[in-house]
Design a protein around this ligand. Structure first.
Ligand SMILES: [Zn+2]
Length: 103
């Protein structure tokens, strides 16, 4: 069965990669991220910050863009590009697959 990883999906759409973004200490390029440098450990809540840091290493998205993604999931009508919506669907599917592995 063909299986596309999140990493491959991102690379196809943006020409950027999560690995590259993380190794350069920045957010993914648009349309997924903002391409800005990621400041680790800058949040008020250390536990929240740790979660954001972990997510960044998995998704390549800075805390601000992660919040944007959460907003899109909350608001069905969010006016976003098709690529961005696909990304959100993919991430949702991906996290569901991760959950299945735990069973
Ligand atoms: Zn960002």
């Amino acid at each position: 069965m063909p299986y596309v990883t999140l990493e491959e999906f991102v690379t196809v759409v943006t020409g950027d990669s999560i690995e590259q973004a993380v190794s350069e200490g920045r957010c993914l390029m648009q349309p997924f991220g903002c391409g800005e440098p990621v400041e680790l450990g800058a949040g008020d809540d250390p536990e929240d910050q740790m979660l954001y840091d972990l997510s960044w290493q998995m998704t390549g998205l800075c805390p601000e863009c992660q919040r944007d993604v959460e907003d899109i999931e909350d608001e069905e009508q969010a006016n976003r590009s098709a690529a961005c919506q696909s990304f959100v669907s993919f991430m949702t599917l991906w996290s569901e697959l991760e959950r299945d592995d735990d069973e």
